[in-house]
Design a protein around this ligand. Sequence first.
Ligand SMILES: Cc1cc2nc3c(=O)[nH]c(=O)nc-3n(C[C@H](O)[C@H](O)[C@H](O)COP(=O)(O)OP(=O)(O)OC[C@H]3O[C@@H](n4cnc5c(N)ncnc54)[C@H](O)[C@@H]3O)c2cc1C
Length: 387
Amino acid sequence: MDPLDPLDLFDVDSTLDPDQRLVRDTVRRFVDDKVLPIIGECFARHRFPAELVPEIASLGLLGSSLEGYGCAGLDAVCYGLICRELERGDSGLRSFVSVQSSLTMYPIHAFGSDEQKDRWLPALARGDAIGCFGLTEPHGGSDPANMKTHARRDSGDYVLNGAKMWITNGTIADVAVVWARTEDGVRGFLVERGTPGFDAPEIEDKLSMRASVTSSLFLNDVRVPGGNLLPGVTGLDSALRCLNEARYGIAWGAVGAAHACLAELLDYTSSRVLFGRPLSHTQSIQLRLADIARRITTAQLLAFRLGRLKDEGRLHPTQVSLGKWNNVRMALDVARDAREMLGAAGISAEHCAIRHMLNLESVITYEGTETVHGLVVAKELTGVGAF
Ligand SMILES: Cc1cc2nc3c(=O)[nH]c(=O)nc-3n(C[C@H](O)[C@H](O)[C@H](O)COP(=O)(O)OP(=O)(O)OC[C@H]3O[C@@H](n4cnc5c(N)ncnc54)[C@H](O)[C@@H]3O)c2cc1C
């Protein structure tokens, strides 16, 4: 029999249809040709590779699962494959696409007025405009119901006050989807860059996600027209629907980061000669490689199952929580193992393991920490929310 693909031991990719295969191959080629040659330098210099945005947009990767407005209308498995291949390059790049697609374009598409959709979606799909999603506040992201940012109605306008923290793309965003408490409950607002009283400074001292922009948002008597309220939002549940979209992509993306680490390890351990033989010829290294492959393979199957359920319209938020939790934990453990198995080389920016490891420390925290997803799953099991 033919040898198996080390990164796909159960040959799940053979179940892809021709469109899905084309998406996978296109993004894979883009990552190999355009991302991998520069991403180590971007991470080291704390630089978001903005020069890649036009090509990401021209490949149809922004808002790829939305219909109309210049979006590609791809299925959920395609979106998952996009996230997996991008995160094989870097979690920061996948975060950029996740936030643009699932956390900016999705809420405008799902909850926006026709004017908001016409104005923003085509520009966001083309990469001519960049968006961000402001939910987390400085006093605690795990408990968004304790939101302090508020919007007061004044004539036909809204006046927003408050602060958001750890917001991906914030500083470079042309439009921010800002969640704020109103007298009618939590609502979403479109706040444009340059609106008086709105400031989005970058958080500079990050040791993770260094090829991504992360920002604070400060809102000081920010006046926006009533037409900037997302009319379809019904409360905090609408924000959580957006997070569910993004978490789905993360469950796939994490597999890509782990793929990159395993590929690097297979290469390194077969050429590194110690005690007269390649490292990969020793039993303990072989067992560690096999164990990494076992973990990646099961996470990959889980991602595919999530994708099929989503395409059938049957995906439950608890399943997304379990998938995000499992797959990011898997990828972080794999990246840490890979870093260690490379020895001192593992701390060098020349190898990807430490970059993925540091990035995944963010991925395991954002979009719901492990604790939060564990509590979501436990609530499903027991019927009791213990948050
Ligand atoms: C790089 C990066 C990018 C991000 N991008 C965005 C973005 O674009 N938009 C956005 O809105 N947010 C974003 N975030 C914020 C992210 O979603 C929050 O950091 C996350 O929700 C956790 O909130 P927190 O950091 O305030 O931690 P906290 O909520 O303060 O949690 C601290 C610790 O307490 C634990 N904990 C929480 N509740 C319980 C409980 N009931 N019982 C026991 N332990 C508990 C948590 O698991 C965690 O370990 C980003 C974060 C990072 C790091």
